[in-house]
Design a protein around this ligand. Structure first.
Ligand code: FE2
Length: 363
């Protein structure tokens, strides 16, 4: 608009230079009036046609892989985004211990970290663990302190004492959130407590085609959650990446049968699904499409404090820019009468957008 106004203004000055003062004044008035009308028409025309149909919007921030001994330099940016909730996707702390006093102390120090403490005051916090906060690097079902570790995690997250997730084995949870009239079903999967062992000769995980990631009880629960959900949006929080297959680190693809089951479960949903994952010290957005189905997006945000430098990691599902500096995720949901716009973002220091995709889904 600014550019257009200047163009007309220049033309106006040139035309008017030879005519009388009165005519000039009359013309000025007429031209100004025309300009005002023109500019207001154009302003209206510039708006997306659905702009007036916006019902509400919500912002959720998320992140993973947070080492207390490293600078906690992204919390101010997260605070500046004023999210309606923050979701931990694992490795909240680097516990790596069987000493529950050490684990509790590290969580407590995280809780007291000033900017994080401020975020807790400002917004709701949810989360699930990955390996380091569980207590063992790449740990699974054989970690001996898993029951005690779960209680410490739930204390840190302040999971309400009446929540039924306290009473079952494992740390999986779900929440029905209603944020500014947008309903979100948040499902947080536990991929450690029941997970079978993987073999890793020469530092490369071998596929395990018989073992489990979730365990049968959690599987049944997950299947029911997905099938029955009627929220505007389902968000699945997963410590481990779900879609990427090529890299050599921990991933759902290390359990091909389990990953195939996961994808089958996703197909039973009647609502759009967004997966949030962590763990990788690397950020990226992936999109998985199956014939006749809505695509499913996965936003991997890692790490809040120590992201690894560039690597040429292939991922056939990746869309947009891979992120190799410290990052957090921001999901901006805009609800319209007939659809949702989901702005999927990975952001860095100075509130800079490092990768962004917009997913428009019908309601
Ligand atoms: Fe991890």
């Amino acid at each position: 608009m600014k550019f257009m106004f200047n163009k007309i203004h220049v033309r106006f000055i040139t035309i008017q230079s030879t005519i009388s003062y009165h005519r000039k004044m009359k013309s000025i008035t007429l031209l100004l009036l025309s300009l005002i009308i023109l500019s207001s028409c154009n302003r209206r025309m510039d708006l997306p046609s659905h702009q007036n149909d916006v019902i509400s919007d919500a912002k959720l921030a998320f992140g993973s892989c947070n080492k207390l001994s490293k600078p906690q330099h992204l919390w101010d940016d997260i605070l500046a985004d004023s999210p309606d909730a923050f979701i931990w996707l694992g490795d909240i702390i680097y516990g790596d211990t069987e000493d529950m006093g050490v684990l509790r102390d590290k969580y407590q120090r995280q809780k007291s970290q000033p900017q994080y403490a401020q975020l807790r005051k400002q917004t709701s916090i949810y989360g699930i663990w990955d390996d380091h906060d569980y207590g063992k690097n790449d740990g699974g079902k054989s970690y001996p302190m898993k029951r005690e570790s779960k209680a410490i995690l739930f204390d840190f997250l302040e999971v309400p004492p009446q929540d039924q997730s306290w009473n079952r084995e494992g740390a999986y949870q779900d929440y029905k959130l209603n944020v500014h009239d947008i309903s979100i079903h948040l499902i947080l999967l536990d991929e450690r407590y029941f997970r079978d062992t993987l073999l890793r000769p020469d530092g490369i995980y071998q596929p395990n085609d018989t073992g489990t990631v979730l365990g049968e009880t959690q599987w049944k629960w997950f299947e029911e959650m997905i099938k029955s959900s009627t929220s505007d949006l389902i968000i699945i929080g997963s410590g481990t990446q779900v879609f990427p297959e090529e890299h050599r680190f921990e991933k759902w693809a290390n359990f091909p049968r389990e990953r195939a089951r996961f994808i089958q479960v996703l197909k039973t949903a009647s609502r759009p699904i967004l997966i949030l994952s962590g763990d990788r010290h690397f950020g990226e957005i992936s999109r998985f499409s199956a014939a006749g189905q809505l695509p499913v997006y996965e936003v991997t945000s890692s790490s809040l404090t120590h992201t690894y430098p560039t690597r040429n990691e292939p991922n056939k599902y990746r869309i947009g820019t891979p992120v190799t500096i410290d990052n957090y995720g921001l999901l901006h949901i805009v609800k319209y009468k007939d659809h949702l716009d989901l702005e999927l973002m990975l952001k860095g220091e100075g509130n800079r957008i490092l990768s962004k995709e917009i997913w428009s889904v019908p309601r």
